[in-house]
Design a binder for this molecule. Structure first.
Ligand code: KG4
Ligand code: ZN
Length: 348
C-alpha cells in the first residue's frame, strides 16, 4: 500500500509518500518561518493561506521524486488535529478531495500520534511497548505505547508545553521566532554556574510537568540584571553574556526536568525503551542528557532523524499507513479538531 501524508497543522507544509514494502519514498517540507518572522510568531490566517498556495505544488514535486502516479496511490492521510483550525482545514479539504477524485481511502491522523510514531521510520526502530516523551510547541506528554493506537498518557504539562516555554523565554531574551533553536544556540555560550533555575515538580510524585514557573524565573533574572527593557541591539557585551547565562540556566532546568521524569517513567512502567519526539527533541543537550540517563539505567533511547523531530509529512504518511493497513478509513465528509485529546484515540 502506498500512502500520501499531508501535514498542515501549523506553520510547516509537509508532504510525503510512504510505501508499505519500500518504506519512505520521498518527502518535502516548506517552512513558513520567513512569513511569520516579522510578527514574532505564527499568524493563523497567513498560515492557512500559505498552505493553500503550497500543498498542490509540493504534492506534484513529491510524486515526481517518488516516481509515483495517481494510480499508484491507495490512501491519503492528513493531519486532522490538534492545530490551527484554518490550517488543518486546508490539509483536510485537499486530502479528502484527492481521495474522492482518485477513488481511494482517506484517513484523519492525530498530529501527536504522527510525532509519536516518527522514530519508527528510522533503521532499527523500537519494538512495542515503549515510553514516549512527546515534546513539541503545544504538548509535553509522557505516554505508555503498547501498539499503534494503544496509548496511555502517564503525565503531561499542567501549563506551558516545553517548546512553548522555550519560545516565550527566547522572546524575553530578545531572540526572534522560532525561539527554541535560537535559545539553544545562545545557551551554548552561557556560563553554567551563573544562574540556577529550579526543577519544577520533581519532588512531587507523578509524571506531570509545569514549565511556566521557569519563564517567570527568567523574567526575574532579566529584570534584576538587565533592567526593565528587553535586550536590544544597543546592549553591551556584558548584557549579551547575561542573556546567554540565563538561556543556559533555563535550558538546563528544562532538560534536567524532562530527564528526571523520563527516568521515573521508565522505572514506574518497568520498560526499557524510551522514544523521544516533537520539535524539542531536536535539542542536542536534551538528546545527550537522555542518552547518558538511559546508559546508566540500562535502557535505550530512540529519536527521529533531526528533520523529522519538527513537523513533517513523513510522520503523517507513516501513521496514516499504519491505520489504513489496519482497515481504518473514514467517509469522505471531513472535520478538523483544533483541540483533540489523545485520550480519545482507539486502536484501529
Ligand atoms: O513539533 P513542532 O515542530 O511543532 C508542534 O507540534 O508544536 O515543535 C515546535 C517546537 C517550537 O516550540 C520550537 O521552539 C521547538 O519545538 N524547538 C526546539 C528546538 N527546535 C525546535 N526547542 C529547543 N531546542 C531546539 N533545538
Ligand atoms: Zn508538531
Amino acid at each position: 500500500m502506498r500512502v500520501i501524508g499531508i501535514e498542515t497543522s501549523c506553520d510547516e507544509t509537509g508532504i510525503a509518500i510512504y510505501d508499505g514494502q519500500r518504506g519512505l519514498l520521498a518527502h518535502v517540507l516548506y517552512s513558513q518561518v520567513a512569513l511569520h518572522a516579522e510578527y514574532g510568531g505564527v499568524v493563523p490566517e497567513l498560515a492557512s493561506r500559505d498552505h493553500v498556495r503550497k500543498v498542490l505544488p509540493l504534492l506534484r514535486q513529491v510524486m515526481v521524486q517518488a516516481d509515483t502516479r495517481a494510480v499508484d496511490i491507495q490512501g491519503i492521510a492528513y493531519t486532522a488535529g490538534p492545530g490551527l483550525a484554518g490550517a488543518l482545514l486546508v490539509g483536510a479539504a485537499i486530502g479528502r478531495s484527492l481521495a474522492w477524485a482518485w477513488g481511494v481511502s482517506a484517513v484523519a491522523v492525530h498530529h501527536m500520534e504522527g510525532h509519536l510514531l516518527a522514530p519508527l521510520l528510522e533503521d532499527n526502530p523500537p519494538d512495542f511497548p515503549f515510553v514516549a516523551l512527546l515534546v513539541s510547541g503545544g504538548h509535553t506528554q509522557l505516554v505508555r505505547v503498547d501498539g499503534v493506537g494503544r496509548y496511555r498518557i502517564l503525565g503531561e504539562s499542567l501549563d506551558d508545553a516545553a517548546g512553548e516555554a522555550f519560545d516565550k523565554t527566547a522572546k524575553l531574551l530578545g531572540l526572534g521566532y522560532p525561539g527554541g533553536p535560537a535559545l539553544a544556540r545562545l545557551a551554548a555560550k552561557g556560563h553554567p554556574q551563573r544562574f540556577h533555575f529550579s526543577r519544577p515538580m520533581i519532588n512531587r510524585p507523578g509524571l506531570d510537568f509545569s514549565f511556566s514557573g521557569l519563564k517567570t524565573q527568567a523574567v526575574n533574572s532579566v529584570k534584576q540584571h538587565l533592567g526593565e527593557h528587553v535586550p536590544s541591539s544597543a546592549s553591551t557585551s556584558d548584557d549579551d553574556q547575561v542573556r546567554a547565562d540565563i538561556a543556559h540556566a533555563f535550558q538546563d532546568a528544562v532538560v534536567d526536568t524532562l530527564t528526571i521524569k523520563c527516568q521515573r517513567a521508565l522505572s514506574e512502567t518497568g520498560l526499557q525503551r524510551l522514544v523521544v519526539s516533537g520539535g524539542v527533541s531536536a535539542n542536542t543537550v536534551l538528546r545527550q542528557r537522555l542518552r547518558d540517563m538511559v546508559d546508566t539505567v540500562g535502557a535505550q533511547v530512540y529519536y527521529p532523524r533531526l528533520e523529522f523531530c519538527t513537523d513533517n509529512g513523513a510522520m503523517i504518511a507513516y501513521a496514516g499507513y499504519q491505520r489504513l493497513r489496519a482497515g481504518q478509513a473514514e467517509p469522505l465528509a471531513f472535520s478538523a479538531m483544533p483541540r483533540w485529546s489523545m485520550h480519545d484515540l482507539t486502536p484501529p
